[in-house]
Design a protein. Structure first.
Length: 259
């Protein structure tokens, strides 16, 4: 009942855009797990000085603010599935109503792949992406199955939404320097492979999957209206959603997945 009411409120808000304050909304016990795409790296306004870089502009904080949910913000920059299991899932309980999570990119070596693509040319990028895809298709399913199983065990009554990753680049876009469109295409194909496995494992666990790629279409790097940082400083914020990407990409994708 609480989840239904809160979801209705958020859906109504989404139809008119973000607003401030929601009176009398039901209180949800909400735990946000996962990596930097859930903590809000790149979105600014960080809530503390920790290396997790949890942002008040990240989709978990936006959702909590609009539904008066009680947010336990566990998501952390750099988190892998092992970090979720070792450091985050202890926040879950039988009273947890809602869980969100994005994870898998760091397991697949996201940072190293981007470095190889930047420094290694098209050939180096293809090799890095092919190796990452082999891991994603061969090893990641088991890691996700274990992680999702632990979430369900600890929060048996919760609605769980697994969020994916966007395409990074608009092919044939406005960028005149940097990676070639060939390498950009390789990187996007890596995101597709990752999202495909995440969606499959989420479905098998009985979880909802929020595909953010449609929301980010037209707002990739090189689009001229990007919701993702390219190479930036601090360097760890490179290739992460901006505050707008969180508010107009991830947040509405979560709302849509909640239905």
């Amino acid at each position: 009942m609480l989840r239904t009411l809160a979801t209705t409120v958020v859906a109504a808000l989404a139809s008119i855009g973000l607003t401030s304050g929601v009176a009398n909304a039901a209180t949800l016990d909400y735990v946000a797990l996962g990596d930097s795409y859930s903590s809000g790296v790149g979105a600014g306004n960080y809530l503390d000085s920790s290396s997790c870089k949890r942002s008040s502009n990240a989709y978990p904080a936006l959702y909590a603010g609009q539904t008066s949910a009680s947010l336990d913000f566990q998501a952390c920059s750099g988190a892998k599935t092992s970090d979720v299991l070792n450091n985050q899932v202890s926040a879950l309980s039988e009273s947890t109503d809602l869980v969100t999570i994005s994870v898998g990119g760091n397991d697949a070596g996201f940072a190293g792949v981007m470095q190889d693509c930047i420094l290694g040319g098209d050939s180096g990028c293809k090799t890095a992406i092919d190796n990452a895809k082999a891991f994603v298709n061969g090893t990641l399913p088991g890691l996700l199955e274990k992680t999702y199983g632990e979430i369900r065990s600890r929060a048996p009554e919760a609605t769980v939404v697994v969020l994916g990753y966007p395409h990074f680049y608009k092919i044939g876009g406005s960028c005149s320097v940097g990676l070639s469109d060939t390498s950009r295409g390789y990187i996007n194909s890596g995101a597709d492979a990752l999202d495909s496995v995440i969606q499959k494992e989420a479905s098998e666990a009985g979880f909802a999957f929020a595909d953010v790629r449609p929301a980010f279409t037209g707002h990739e790097i090189c689009s001229g209206a990007a919701w993702l940082h390219s190479v930036t400083y601090p360097i760890d914020e490179s290739y992460h959603p901006t505050a707008t990407g969180q508010a107009q990409g991830y947040y509405p994708s979560l709302v849509a997945a909640l239905g």
